[in-house]
Write a protein that binds this ligand. Structure first.
Ligand code: RIB
Ligand code: CA
Length: 311
């Protein structure tokens, strides 16, 4: 079993990623850490605790992290228009989890776990990269000791989803992302280049609705809201994108995507392109790659695998 930490801003697709990870025997979920993004860090923590309880995985600790970007401390904004007022498409409503988050900070938890199993821990970051940036700052050896880092974020060859240029997880904290990209971590970037091809259609929700399971109905209701938001913004694609689940999928089976080693930086001060992930792809002398970038995905095989594990 591969030991993983999932760093989330829960979020409907984060919720699907948590369910996928929690129900995949290849992965050992050491903990779920939370950050701001789709919702506030407090809401992300609440949603994560509730979902793990629905999954019967109260054994997995939830550790809260940062509520604000690294430098842009006054930056406001969330994605409740896509994920609902509660972040879970209204499926949560007024319900509250029974449990509480664990003690300490998400970044400290990452450092402790990575130190206790050098070279083994995979971090799957599917929110802003602020917790990961802080972990790298906290421990100068973190980058050498972490096993692998999967980042759901960026758009290297395709347009963004928050602006024409930038993807949400990078846009909301570009300095944290830039810091993480320069840290020498073994990163695989799972960006919109591939996640916009892994789509869950409304028809597939019937498979969950037909089940006698509270979890299945909860995820179907949450995803229904998320699909409606996609239908509004992208009526052409016929479903919602499984961004965060694909990052989990890559931890289970890296052959879901074709990757290319590239040097990628974040535009932190663009006039029009703040938060853009810029890959240096020119001919001639190249900058040495700092990550593997997912450029193609076997979307059908991934979708069937995801559906076989969730719910
Ligand atoms: O751009 C998609 C990403 O932004 C996903 O991780 C989604 O949950 C939001 O955080
Ligand atoms: Ca997310």
């Amino acid at each position: 079993m591969k030991p993983i930490i999932l760093d989330v801003d829960t979020g409907v697709d984060d919720a699907l990623a948590i369910a996928y990870a929690a129900q995949s025997p290849e992965l050992r979920l050491l903990g779920v850490t939370t950050c701001f993004g789709n919702v506030s860090v407090e809401e992300a923590t609440r949603n994560t605790l509730y979902l793990l309880e629905l999954l019967g995985r109260e054994d997995v600790p939830v550790i809260a992290g940062e509520g604000k970007p690294l430098f842009r401390r006054n930056l406001k904004g969330d994605a409740k228009h896509i994920h609902g007022e509660d972040g879970l498409g209204g499926a949560l409503g007024a319900a509250l989890p029974k449990g509480e988050p664990g003690p300490g900070h998400a970044a400290k938890f990452m450092v402790e776990q990575v130190r206790s199993m050098p070279g083994q821990v995979t971090i799957i970051a599917v929110g802003t990269l602020v917790n990961l940036a802080l972990a790298v700052m906290m421990d100068p050896e973190f980058a050498k000791l972490v096993g692998k880092v999967l980042v759901m974020g960026g758009a290297v060859t395709v347009p963004g989803n928050v602006t024409g240029q930038a993807e949400a997880n990078i846009y909301r904290d570009p300095e944290a992302a830039e810091y993480v990209f320069r840290a020498g971590l073994p990163i695989t970037l799972v960006g919109l280049d591939v996640t916009m091809k892994t789509l869950l259609s409304r028809e597939r929700l019937q498979e969950w609705r037909s089940k006698d399971s509270k979890l299945a109905h909860f995820l179907a209701d949450a995803t229904d809201f998320y699909i409606k938001a996609y239908e509004h913004k992208r009526p052409d694609i016929g479903g919602c994108a499984l961004h965060d689940p694909l990052a989990v999928g890559m931890a289970i089976d890296p052959s879901f995507c074709r990757t290319q080693p590239l040097h990628v930086e974040v535009d932190v001060e663009g006039l029009y392109s703040t938060g853009r992930t810029v890959a240096f792809r020119r001919f001639g002398p190249k900058k040495p790659p700092n990550m593997d970038v997912c450029l193609e995905v076997d979307a059908e095989r991934f979708l069937e695998h995801f559906m076989s594990r969730v719910v």
